[in-house]
Design a protein around this ligand. Structure first.
Ligand code: ZN
Length: 213
């Protein structure tokens, strides 16, 4: 099992394209949503949930959380989680991906206090920078391992390359025996996947292989 994760949506152009590819391939994914975008495109969030995908929290306005006051921090996260709860019913886990993957001890402490798991990633092809379709494919596939969390973006800019790469990545990995599941599903079996917990940062899932973005 591996988990595809898409950040920064929903987006009216690219998210439906991503959803079409997932549907065609019977693949499930997790969408880390920006609260203010959810308010703009609620029908896309409805579709994500209806088609069996999971929603995660990517803050309300995509701010780096490191230097936010405690109340700003809580507002960014709680406001978004309230929106998520309007669409996604329990059982669910509260998952947070801090923008740009920027975390420190305080971010971790405050997140856990709000009962969130911080989810980073193992495979980061840097798709947001449009490095080319073949490069995105190569970067995702190189060194991929069971239990991996893959970082992609369905919003935030021109995501044409992400969409094109996804069309290749999913069938290729399926041929190699991988299944695409939500983070909830991945976590249920995560004890089998020591790798998720072996990063020294307790309770943080995945680890950026680039400094940040
Ligand atoms: Zn983001």
């Amino acid at each position: 099992m591996v988990a595809l994760t898409f950040d920064d949506g929903p987006d009216p152009v690219y998210t439906p394209k991503v959803l079409d590819i997932l549907k065609k391939n019977h693949a499930k994914a997790t969408f880390f949503l920006i609260g203010k975008h959810m308010e703009e495109y609620p029908e896309i969030v409805t579709r994500e949930v209806r088609e069996g995908h999971e929603l995660g929290n990517h803050t309300y306005s995509h701010v780096v959380l490191l230097r936010k006051s405690k109340s700003e921090f809580q507002e960014e996260i709680n406001k978004t989680e309230q929106l998520i709860n309007e669409f996604q019913r329990p059982p669910k886990i509260n998952i947070l991906r801090p923008p740009r993957g920027r975390i420190n001890n305080r971010t971790v402490f405050l997140s856990h206090k709000l009962h969130f798991e911080i989810v980073l990633w193992h495979q980061d092809p840097g798709d947001w920078a449009q490095p080319g379709v073949s490069r995105i494919i190569r970067r995702v596939l190189s060194g991929i391992h069971k239990g991996d969390i893959i970082l992609l973006h369905d919003a935030g800019g021109n995501q044409k390359q992400t969409v094109a790469a996804l069309k290749v990545i999913i069938p290729l990995l399926k041929k190699r025996g991988y299944r695409f599941v939500t983070l909830y599903e991945l976590l249920k079996y995560s004890k089998k996947y020591d790798r998720l917990y072996n990063f020294g940062l307790e309770n943080i899932l995945g680890k950026p292989n680039t400094p940040y973005h």
